[in-house]
Design a protein around this ligand. Structure first.
Ligand SMILES: Nc1ncnc2c1ncn2[C@@H]1O[C@H](COP(=O)(O)OP(=O)(O)OP(=O)(O)O)[C@@H](O)[C@H]1O
Length: 787
């Protein structure tokens, strides 16, 4: 055990009178406590009352306020060891008081070591697998630690802003957390220092150490000092040497108070199972709820979608008992509200996933119903442990499909779980199939949810490692879908290597919030992007985003058969995903040569061995066969050209005389500019002439109009004027062309030209005075530039 550390008091606190008084009191109390702890009898601990233990006054006050006076078995054994600083592997039945068995040593050891106040830093870290359990542990900590202790304790489970948590975390002495969020802080919160951590506690240790949390927990432990006290607690404790090595436990004390017990489950728990074929499960559940309207019941199902479907459909059928539902994809605030409501309820039925299986201490639960069999005996023990807690009585019933009976009973027997068979009274069983069919028919959302629930259930069976108990092919899935009110069994595909635990524990940020987005664990057979969408595809895409009804499969099959002879029929009955669809091989080929399409590149592949056959299903392997493409570059006009076509500057300089090339370039450019200049001038002149003609016509029309108004005007004069105008216009046109022709013919010509141009400019100015508009100005400007 590390020597107790004396911390310097926080400067701010020294000034406060009550604080210094308290410090004085602690200084007197602590040496006495320390001495008493050292004298504890660890071998034959027989402490029955908390008052018999060397506990500080604030802790005793907290225990008294919560009405805890006598110790439970696990507390009797574990608390003295914990107070003495020993590493502990604590195992005791569900509901036997393990929480206090680690919280009391946490409070006391930090207290005796003066590990208190913002300067002391983090002294104890308590890790829980779920947020709900972390909150519950924190509540107990507050209840017993809130009567005179000065520790800063907090919860770090996510759901709050990271910055808010960061600010609080750096001042905490005790933290209760979930693994993912703690790791995030350890890696991101610069001011968070765990160098002085004294104690690490893993509640539900076997769960935290299993593969779902493995990476996070190992990374957390890497941050922590090796010289610390570590305590592991669970009803199904791990003793795996590898797990203990991961945590660098030092000579741990294995405290298993119920090791000698004949059963692994609480004494007051009556456990039964009944054979209920999968298609009858919902009928049996409905009938059960009807007969237990006055009870408080937890119903376990295997997946969140199932929980939602059963909750939504049963709710609509008004069972006469308040229904609640809890699963991991709900918002944190919703989960908290539901746990609060179920805790305070006297009669209620909570549909839940295994998120509620461990540690949660709902008061006075009468029944635990397992509609879907648990993944293993340990999960069974934790689920049924939600009832019959701390000397209370409770009942549990497990529904088993005939195919599950043998395997499950064997697994439970091996873990000392006594479970007795009962029969469901046929007379009392009500069929709800028609009601569900009706609801699904009227409500497409419910039907869709049902399809997802079906897929989730099928997936939960598929991913089980216990293949003796869970045999997909023995389950009447088609009839099950029927019993859910669905029009046929949705067709599902599963991905290989899908680890349900890893997904279950994945940080929420990485998961799609499936409740809102309807993203789901199940993977639909990906439709090839290159395939054109059929009418049937589009029809189903509208409602059933990624669950394929069987009649759609049939339609698709016929559709594909008619459009292409190479339909991959193997995909229809195979549960494993084949990533590459391989068209049928050419009949005339002697060897097995297949056309493979990889990212748009089609090519033949020789299939001459099993390995080659297998390779065809591996995208990675097929990448090797893919055309690697050739490098192209873009020229100044943006045309793609092979890279070798474009020479580098250096190549070009070497083969070209730079000065000559520059002069040549200048000449070429000059000629080009002059040619363009000519063109521009001509365009400007044409415009100007055109403009002028128009204006002259207008003016002359006006004059003709006036003349027509006078009695002496006549057609002859109009024509004269028109003729004048036309001559004038011709003159202007020829004038312009002459000038351009004469350009550059000699110095005299240039002088003459300049003079003419000047006089013309004057004419232009004179004309402008009369009626000049914007276009005229433009033309004039062009004329000025021209000269
Ligand atoms: N010494 C005690 N005296 C009276 N009640 C106690 C005592 N210790 C614990 N309890 C009560 O027993 C119940 C179960 O305790 P706790 O939740 O710690 O059990 P647990 O062993 O951790 O169960 P699980 O394995 O399910 O997590 C709680 O309601 C708690 O208040």
């Amino acid at each position: 055990m590390p020597a107790p550390k004396r911390k310097r008091p926080h400067p701010g606190k020294q000034a406060q009178q009550p604080q210094s008084k308290k410090r004085k009191r602690d200084d007197n109390e602590i040496p006495q406590l320390q001495k008493a702890v050292e004298e504890l009898n660890l071998e034959n601990a027989a402490y029955t009352r908390f008052a018999d233990l060397p506990l500080s006054k604030p802790t005793l006050a907290g225990l008294k306020a919560s009405h805890f006076t006598t110790l439970t078995d696990i507390q009797t054994r574990a608390i003295p060891l914990g107070l003495s600083g020993r590493d502990i592997l604590g195992a005791a039945k569900t509901g036997s008081g393990k929480t206090l068995a680690f919280l009391i040593p946490v409070l006391e050891n930090l207290y005796r070591r003066h590990h208190v106040g913002p300067d002391a830093g983090l002294g104890a870290m308590i890790i829980s697998p779920t947020r709900e359990l972390a909150i519950q542990i924190f509540e107990v900590l507050r209840n017993i630690g809130g009567h005179g202790h000065m520790f800063a304790a907090g919860l770090v489970i996510g759901g709050k802003s990271l910055i808010e948590e960061q600010n609080a975390l750096v001042r905490m002495n005790i933290v209760v957390c979930t693994p993912g969020r703690m790791l995030q802080h350890l890696s991101q919160t610069a001011a968070f220092n765990v160098d002085d951590l004294q104690m690490l506690v893993l509640d539900e240790a076997d769960r935290i150490l299993d593969m779902g949390f493995q990476r996070d927990v190992d990374a957390i432990v890497d941050y922590l000092p090796k010289d610390r006290q570590t305590m592991l607690f669970s009803a199904t404790q791990t003793k795996k040497v590898s797990d203990l090595a991961r945590l660098s436990l030092k000579d741990p004390e294995y405290v298993s108070v119920h090791q000698e017990a004949t059963t692994a489950t609480p004494k007051g728990l009556q456990q039964n199972y009944c054979i209920t074929p999968l298609p009858e499960k919902l009928d049996t559940l409905w009938s059960f709820i009807q007969s237990a309207k006055k009870s408080k019941t937890i119903v376990f199902l295997s997946a969140g979608k199932q929980v939602r479907f059963v909750y939504e459909s049963f709710r609509r059928m008004q069972p006469g008992v308040p229904l609640l539902h809890l699963h991991g994809k709900q918002k944190q605030s919703t989960r908290l509200e539901i746990t609060r409501r179920f805790s305070t309820a006297t009669t209620s039925c909570l549909f839940a996933t295994d998120v509620a299986a461990r540690g949660l201490d709902f008061p006075a639960v009468d029944w635990v119903v397992q509609v879907d069999a648990p993944e293993d005996a340990d999960t069974y023990i934790h689920r049924v442990g939600r009832t019959a807690r701390y000397e209370r009585e409770g009942r549990a019933i497990l529904f088993l499909d005939p195919s599950e009976e043998e395997g499950m009973l064997k697994a439970l027997g091996a873990k000392k779980v006594p479970v007795e068979k009962v029969n469901v009274k046929g007379k009392k069983k009500t069929s709800i199939k028609n009601a569900l069919q009706n609801m699904c028919f009227k409500d497409s959302q419910l039907k869709y949810l049902g399809q997802k629930a079906f897929a989730s259930y099928a997936r939960s069976i598929y991913v089980q490692s216990d293949k003796v108990t869970f045999q997909m092919d023995k389950l009447a899935l088609e009839e099950f879908a029927d019993s859910m009110g669905l029009p046929g069994a949705p067709r599902i595909k599963f991905l290989k290597g899908d680890d349900p635990k890893a997904r279950k524990n994945a940080p929420r940020a990485q998961l799609d919030d499936s409740d809102s987005s309807e993203a789901e664990d199940e993977e639909e057979e990906p439709k090839k992007a290159t395939q054109p969408k059929t009418k049937i595809d589009r029809m189903f895409e509208r409602q059933n985003m990624d669950v394929l009804a069987s009649h759609r499969s049939k339609l698709l099959a016929s559709d594909e058969a008619s459009s292409s002879s190479d339909a991959a029929s193997d995909e229809d009955d195979d549960l494993l995903t084949v990533k590459q669809r391989i068209p049928a091989e050419p009949a005339e080929a002697e060897e097995d040569v297949r056309m493979v399409n990889i990212a748009g590149v089609t090519g033949p592949v020789l299939v001459d061995s099993k390995r080659a056959e297998k390779r065809l299903t591996s995208k990675k392997a097929m990448l090797k066969l893919k055309d690697r493409g050739s490098k192209i570059v873009f020229d100044d006009e943006g045309n793609a050209r092979p890279a070798y076509e474009l020479e580098t500057e250096r190549d070009w300089q070497e083969k070209t005389k730079v000065v000559e090339a520059r002069e040549r370039f200048v000449d070429e450019e000059r000629e080009r500019v002059m040619a363009h200049d000519q063109l521009d001038k001509q365009v400007a002149k044409d415009k100007r002439v055109e403009k002028r003609i128009k204006r002259k016509i207008r003016e002359k029309e006006e004059r003709l109009g006036k003349m027509a108004g006078a009695e002496d005007g006549g057609e002859g004069e109009k024509e004269d004027l028109l003729q004048n105008f036309l001559d004038d216009a011709e003159g202007m046109v020829s004038d312009g062309s002459d000038r351009s022709e004469g350009e550059g013919s000699g110095a005299d010509q240039v002088e003459e030209e300049t003079a003419r141009s000047k006089s013309k400019k004057q004419v232009k100015f004179a004309e402008q005075d009369e009626d000049m508009d914007f276009e005229d100005l433009e033309i004039l400007a062009a004329g000025l530039i021209e000269t």
